[in-house]
Design a protein around this ligand. Sequence first.
Ligand SMILES: Cc1cc2nc3c(=O)[nH]c(=O)nc-3n(C[C@H](O)[C@H](O)[C@H](O)COP(=O)(O)OP(=O)(O)OC[C@H]3O[C@@H](n4cnc5c(N)ncnc54)[C@H](O)[C@@H]3O)c2cc1C
Length: 393
Amino acid sequence: MCNNINIILISFIVYDVIVSGAGPSGSYLSYLLSRNGYKVLQLEEHREVGKPVECTGLVSERVFKYVNSRSMVNEVHGANVFFPNGKSIHISKGEKTIVMYRDDFDKDVSAMAIGAGADTRINARVLDAKVNDSYGEVKYRENGEIKYARANIIVGADGANSRIRLSLNYERPKKIISTYQVDSSFHLDDQDDVNVFIGSENSKGFFGWAVPSGEITRIGVGVDHVTAIKYFRNINVKFNRSQILGINAGPIPINYLSKTYGNRSLLLGDAAGIVKPLSGGGIYTGIISAKNAYTAIDQSFNRNNFSEDALKAYQKLWKREIGRELFIDAKIQQYFSKISTNDTLLNKIYDTINREDIIRRINSLGDIDYPAKVVFSILMRKPQLIKYFLFGG
Ligand SMILES: Cc1cc2nc3c(=O)[nH]c(=O)nc-3n(C[C@H](O)[C@H](O)[C@H](O)COP(=O)(O)OP(=O)(O)OC[C@H]3O[C@@H](n4cnc5c(N)ncnc54)[C@H](O)[C@@H]3O)c2cc1C
């Protein structure tokens, strides 16, 4: 009897914000809110933050301006892009790109949130959510027990298959890339370059990769509307005598939703499709979405207005910061997707851009978070590429 009373009391404590998901987006928002005095309940369905890993762990150094983490395993400065003709173009950059242990990184962001005061629960799966004029409510299962909690705002930071997005009737992301990735025992001698594989053998609609991560190599592929395993095998065969140490896969939503806010609710990171369309990278963009969500939430508390109209500010803010880049990248991705299995054309592109001046240009402008400007710059110098992209030849 006593226990039941406790459960009801705990269940109906009103929080300021409930965050579903303890990935980078959810934990970074929970950190910012808690640090600024908001009462946050954060729910994570898994028994361990950061697991299972569904990530290659490649991020720009910018990420570490936001997150204090020592999860780095390697740093790379360039990429070899392999074309169907077997030849490659080598791109190198002044600044480094970090390869990290993604599970450690997620734990670090989560620890920041908890350290700032967030009430983070693991093994707590959100089952349903609803909002009305007075509050938002989530139904969740924590350690086998069904519970309910209320808050002024509900945030879906629960990844590509967001339950909050479904429960609150948001649209689904329009394009999802499927992936298959392994941790392989293969040791790449070249620890300074990421390897990218394009062409009909390697992917349909996206690309394959092999990322040096110390003693192991992360080998994987993304595909659009086909099974990834066939393409993965074609890539993996290049790394003979390797053994698979772990398999991970997951969806990558690569077009942001047209609406990422609603009455008493917001969607962040993968849940909102706020991901870089050309690479599928979503850690940096998720953190940017969380940062802007904090500003919008803070404003709505200051005005005591949690309506859709008030929370619209969130979308304006994140779009102002990265919306243009993501929009252009999505267009480029759409064109690339169409020609991704046209080996003849890809080889023509190789012939067009494999020139010292172009490579120098790529090297000087390349930025994994903001790739649009390098693509534009190459198109300006080599306008025939526009014809290749638009008309396939
Ligand atoms: C194979 C692969 C490789 C990738 N490589 C890179 C890379 O190199 N660099 C990069 O930047 N990005 C990469 N990404 C993308 C990156 O992993 C995501 O964009 C990033 O994780 C998004 O963070 P998030 O916090 O928005 O969502 P997530 O990290 O997906 O976090 C969502 C969290 O919500 C939890 N959750 C889900 N449903 C519920 C529920 N109902 N109740 C409670 N909790 C729930 C999940 O367990 C998870 O912890 C890769 C993705 C894949 C699939």
